[in-house]
Design a protein around this ligand. Sequence first.
Ligand code: EPS
Length: 354
Amino acid sequence: MLKLTTAGESHGPALVGIVTGLPAGLSLDRQAIDADLRRRQQGYGRSPRQQLEQDEVEVLATLGTPLALVVRNRDHKNWAWGMSPWPPEGEPEGKGTKPVTLPRPGHADLAGAQKFGLDDVRDALERASARQTAVAVAAGAVAKALLRELGIEVRGQASAEAGADAAAVDAARKDRDTLGGVVEVRARGVPPGLGSYATKDERLDARLAAALMGIQAVKAVEVGEGFGLSRLRGSEAHDEIVRDERGLHRTTNRAGGIEGGVSNGEQLVVRAAMKPLPTLMRPLASVDLQTGEPGEALVERSDVSAVEALAVVAEAAVAFELARAAREKFGGDALGDFVAAHKAYVERIDWQRR
Ligand code: EPS
């Protein structure tokens, strides 16, 4: 089973990802992983933090199963006292030692402090931070390399809405406000038969929804036409089946490439909606957890919009989940076995072309 386990905090020394379940023999291209890390850092409206970080992957276990990925936090040098496992020797006292007691509406601050019994909200926000998506993108790049062996390509894109529009971002920045937005991920070359209707845990749509909802700030997910389908009649909503030189396929793709929780061979189309980021330069009302008195929420540097970053993170999440479903279907300890099983399967369903 392909699996990603991560550790690390936003201003700690590094983010760590352990990937298990890869087949032996997959070649990785460090430049391709770093290119995705750079894409994640770009986009209009990002925080000054992105000038500080220049994310690069380090691979600490190389035989692939398990694979160990590390992305260092350059900003850690400014937080050595607040964010080290034990007092750092010879480091001047920096940020992160003063407790944060004014939780931000919309962030995990208050719920995290209540849940874990924390006096300092920083202990919640550090792990809740979307900084963690850096190592998830590195793992997604590995998943994309695996999918490419099967001819599957995954690409995420921000929709042309507020959070991805430079004028809207400038206006929000001027108002000391933030924006959300929508991203779409498409995957080409997905064979029919990934996922299963047999149990809810195996349904590909449920799994992709969980993968996308697991990304910080995502509040809604849509597969294909999603909510729009509920407003159509059945005769308008479903994708009719035809057979020609391409084999069996559909004349439309409102289902977004998934029916009954199983990929149907059409392009996979999923969307995720992001709420506006909760760190506001013009803070919302909060309550000081130390005194119980009303106050204004924590103000820290923040992104105005991270929608273009979400497109890259969502792409990685979808790629990882598709790779997981492909590993389940095609198995194999060595890459060659995995690729051969996919080839044999695709040949079996190829009668549809003839
Ligand atoms: C984040 C808060 C900001 C963002 C961060 C996510 O961090 P900081 O408080 O250090 O400015 O910049 O995102 C990243 C660091 C990143 O690399 O994406 C949050 O609260 O989620």
